[in-house]
Ligand binder design. Structure first.
Ligand SMILES: [Zn+2]
Length: 495
């Protein structure tokens, strides 16, 4: 019986289909039958359970100190700090399942208050008072470990890759200047013009000066950046750059070569010679950040699409800022494991494991237009882009305008790339504009600096903006729904 209940619990976590939608003949039919039997057994259904005992896990890993001074994170030994970090990470790994379980319990006791006992009261106290500190403690300890012993990690992982780089990054004392770490390599498609490269380099530098100079930025995490400027109108040249780029990795970063698509084991070369790195089904790839420095990869891989400069040089400029903004965002969370990165940056919220664009893309979209407008000293660019991003359909087909799709759709933080990416990006940009107007640009920037501790998106949002993101999104939705076009536009800066 216990097994069955756990199964039902897992099923309800998957979201989507409710059991009543499931067709008979499938094995889920059995579940429906069985669950109705449970309800017939007594008037009160069994209390929800989970397959793990969080108090036991917590006590085993964090209940007693490994070393007498493990929690003295500034002074304890490397070994103790690492163990402490790993134990926190282990316990933290249960956070998501625990949250679902606690929600279920909450619902259950709201319906059947008579079943609430001291045992569950203790569990709620434990979760609120002890477990709730684990995510933040993990963030603090992980970044302290990185800060105190991070160089050792770098040494170990890069020695085989590039000895000159390793020497440079471990022997030179920490500098406050990002230029000391600057390492940007640009590949260009053979048919791309000098003018493209000039715009690209100008706006890379502009963004570096705007975002990389703050003393709190993790300079070592900003580079190397490999930029690949493609020619969107010349497929053959993209195939040639794939070859050139992979050859470069083979020579300079062999581990990255092996771990990525350059490695013949990781790609299916097409008859035309393309390997799907800067090419995509017979077309040239668009702009993206397609790689970040990690245990497996050396560098950020910034793929830059091209725009027709005769009428669209602005896109070449602001898309460059957009992608560089992502590098700034990511630099704050490099070193955390992949899942945690997603939860810190707001890409993963809730437990449906779907990526949400509104936060990271909202920032990159809004600030790319704002910074570009400042650079050309013409704020009609920002106004036009933001106006179009809300009031047009932002599409080629006849969909309703973005604003309507947002107001008739889910909360902004539940919009996924698949459900409506344009709403995520464009309404995301408006949400960032809305918060900027209330809190100022510095606070917006500080959110990312605060994320360095490993604090998760919901807590970081609450701390930075003084209100939880769910409440704030509701207020924003009201603002979008009930404001005239003039009122909406009035929140945008003009200097
Ligand atoms: Zn983006």
């Amino acid at each position: 019986m216990k097994k069955l209940i756990i199964f039902l619990l897992l099923l309800s976590m998957c979201g989507g289909n409710s059991t009543s939608n499931l067709q008979p003949e499938s094995e889920s039919d059995q579940i429906i039958e069985n669950s109705s039997i449970i309800e017939e057994d007594s008037n009160i259904p069994p209390i929800p359970t989970v397959s793990f005992d969080i108090v036991e896990i917590y006590e085993a890993k964090l209940g007693s100190e490994l070393c007498s001074d493990a929690t003295e994170i500034d002074t304890t030994s490397e070994e103790c700090l690492r163990q402490y970090r790993d134990n926190l990470e282990f316990v933290f790994g249960y956070a998501e399942d625990l949250r679902v379980y606690m929600d279920d319990l909450n619902d259950f006791f709201a319906n059947y208050p008579s079943t609430f006992s001291a045992e569950y009261s203790d569990l709620f106290v434990f979760v609120n008072e002890k477990f709730s500190a684990v995510p933040q403690d993990y963030g603090i300890v992980a970044s302290k470990y990185q800060q105190r012993f991070g160089n050792l990690d770098v040494n170990i992982t890069t020695t085989t890759i590039d000895t000159t780089n390793t020497t440079a990054s471990t022997t030179i004392p920490t500098s406050d200047n990002y230029l000391d770490y600057r390492d940007v390599k640009i590949f260009r498609a053979s048919t791309i013009s000098d003018q493209h490269i000039e715009i690209l380099t100008k706006y890379i530098q502009l963004t570096e000066q705007l975002l990389f100079t703050d003393q709190r930025v993790k300079r070592k995490n900003l580079y190397p950046i490999i930029v690949v400027q493609l020619d969107s109108d010349n497929y053959q040249s993209a195939i040639a750059v794939e070859e050139e780029y992979c050859q470069y990795l083979r020579d300079e970063y062999p581990a990255t070569f092996n771990n990525t698509r350059c490695n013949p084991q990781n790609h299916n070369k097409k008859a035309d010679g393309s390997i799907g790195l800067f090419t995509d089904d017979g077309r040239v790839s668009g702009s993206s950040i397609s790689g970040i420095p990690s245990d497996r990869e050396c560098c950020y891989l910034f793929i830059s699409g091209s725009f027709d400069l005769s009428w669209d040089s602005s896109s070449q400029a602001y898309v460059t800022i957009h992608e560089m903004y992502h590098i700034f965002q990511l630099s704050n969370v490099i070193g955390f494991d992949y899942d945690l990165e997603q939860k810190i940056t707001g890409k993963r919220i809730g437990n449906d494991n779907r990526d949400k664009p509104f936060w990271m893309e909202g920032y990159a979209t809004y600030f790319s237009h704002l910074y570009y407008s400042r650079d050309i000293n013409d704020f009609s660019h920002l106004e036009n882009e933001m106006n179009r991003g809300l009031l047009s359909c932002y599409c080629g087909d006849n969909q309703p305008p973005i604003k309507e799709r947002y107001l008739n759709g889910p909360e902004l933080y539940n919009v996924t790339w698949d459900s409506d990416w344009a709403v995520g990006y464009q309404v995301g940009a408006w949400f960032i504009a809305y918060l900027s107007n209330i809190h100022g640009e510095q606070t917006m920037y500080d959110f990312w600096i605060n994320s360095q501790s490993g604090i998760l998106f919901p807590e970081n949002f609450q701390n930075t903006f003084g209100k939880d993101y769910i409440t704030y999104e509701k207020e924003f939705r009201n603002f979008i729904a009930n404001s005239s076009e003039d009122e909406l536009m009035s929140i945008l800066p003009n200097k």
